[in-house]
Design a protein around this ligand. Structure first.
Ligand code: GAL
Length: 397
């Protein structure tokens, strides 16, 4: 159940002077979380040295100062549990506390990964049966972010569903309870640890994610570095806008910008969509090999500002006409961010009807990617958009 603002404010005042941790928790993920995650580039090969280098590069490339704060170690850091059930990292990660200290020393935050099942998706040790113990350990290590990936918990869920003749109710309850268990364990540490659900959108986590303590939840299965997969995911989010807002975000998965299998126009489409969707921006590229065009995309201040807008609205699709769609995102300053997307295999001349977005008296247009003021326009605004390309505009009265 959500507390109204009227209840929250006196509660927050009560906490003042008592616990700075509690206050920090209330602002966790006020805007969509930003950072870098090891999976999309390093996958199961990631090492402590890779993560330290990534932290260094977050600073030297300007990623940190652009707002990318979390450095998240994904799957495959885990070793085995000792006789007390305490989980140790594997030999590629000699000392997680020291790694966390290093990340923090760079002005960054430290993220980690586990599963509610006995095994992670990579077959490493999950948190099943050790939730409280693991959460306490993360807090001791200085962890600031946990991605909790369903993985092997799907096996008992499938068994339960089969036993119930295909009815998924009990299996979904089992899953939600497991996510609540870790959410409670994280809260009990009194450390503000951002809780990121990864269960591929099963059972509509946007409806119960906040209740189990999550600040973000994956809405789909995995992204990969292809135009097809990226657009299937990005353009599928239209109905989820009501569920995003400060402190709770839909997550269409991490960014692939810079991983090499899409064109610059396609990566601009990717970044434009994620910014309009108020999606978490977790880069997944090799930071040591950032081409100028990738930097231009990931570090574009105006695009980031659209994503991070304090109103926290997720864009809705105004319309789709064949391969052309228009998405709009209201901003805190009363302006509107507009995305024009051409998913066709050739460039297209397209038009935007400004009256349809509510600008009946015309609008002042700014082109974000071109960083260019386009002046006053009214009625139809027409332009060419390249194959698989996007235009991102800011409209004001
Ligand atoms: C998947 C998850 C990926 C990555 C991978 C690690 O389930 O969606 O983002 O975390 O597991 O094994």
């Amino acid at each position: 159940m959500f507390l109204s603002k009227a209840v929250l404010i006196p509660f927050a005042l009560l906490c003042l002077g008592q616990s700075s941790t509690l206050r920090a928790q209330s602002t966790l993920a006020a805007t969509p979380p930003m950072g870098w995650n090891s999976w999309n580039h390093f996958a199961e090969h990631v090492t402590d040295a890779d993560v330290r280098t990534a932290a260094d590069l977050m600073v030297s490339t300007g990623m940190r100062d652009a707002g990318y704060i979390y450095v998240n170690v994904d799957d495959t850091w885990q070793g085995s549990r000792d006789a007390n059930g305490e989980l140790h990292p594997n030999s590629r990660f000699p000392d997680m506390k020291k790694l966390g200290d290093y990340i923090h020393s760079k002005g960054l935050k430290f993220g980690i990964y586990s599963s509610p099942g006995p095994k992670t998706c990579g077959g490493f040790e999950g948190s099943f049966g050790h939730e409280i113990q693991d959460a306490q350990m993360y807090a001791r290590w200085g962890v600031d972010f946990l991605k909790y990936d369903l993985c092997s918990m799907q096996d008992p869920m499938r068994e339960l569903t089969a036993k119930n003749n295909g009815n998924t109710d009990a299996a979904f309850k089992m899953m939600i309870d497991a996510y609540r268990k870790m959410g409670d364990a994280l809260k009990a540490t009194n450390r503000p640890i951002l809780y990121s659900l990864c269960q591929y959108g099963i059972a509509e986590p946007w409806k119960w994610g906040p209740e189990v303590g999550a600040q973000m939840w994956r809405t789909t299965d995995d992204i990969d570095d292809t135009w097809g997969r990226m657009t299937i995911i990005g353009l599928e989010q239209a109905d989820l806008a009501p569920f995003a807002g400060p402190g709770h975000w839909n997550d269409p998965d991490m960014l692939e910008v810079g991983n090499g299998h899409m064109t610059t126009d396609e990566y601009r489409t990717h970044m434009s969509l994620w910014a309009l969707l108020a999606a978490p921006l977790l880069a997944g590229n090799d930071l040591s090999k950032m081409a100028p065009e990738d930097k231009g995309i990931l570090l574009n201040k105006e695009v980031i500002a659209i994503d991070q807008d304090s109103l926290g609205k997720q864009a809705t699709r105004l319309y789709q006409r064949g391969d052309f769609s228009v998405w709009t995102k209201p901003l805190a300053n009363g302006k509107v961010a507009v995305g024009m997307f051409n998913t066709a295999l050739d460039s297209r001349d397209v038009s935007l009807d400004l009256t349809q977005i509510g600008f009946t008296q015309g609008a002042t247009l700014h082109d974000v990617w071109e960083n260019k003021d386009l002046g006053r326009r009214s009625g139809l605004y027409s332009r060419n958009i390249p194959k698989h390309g996007a235009a991102l505009l800011i409209l004001s009265k």
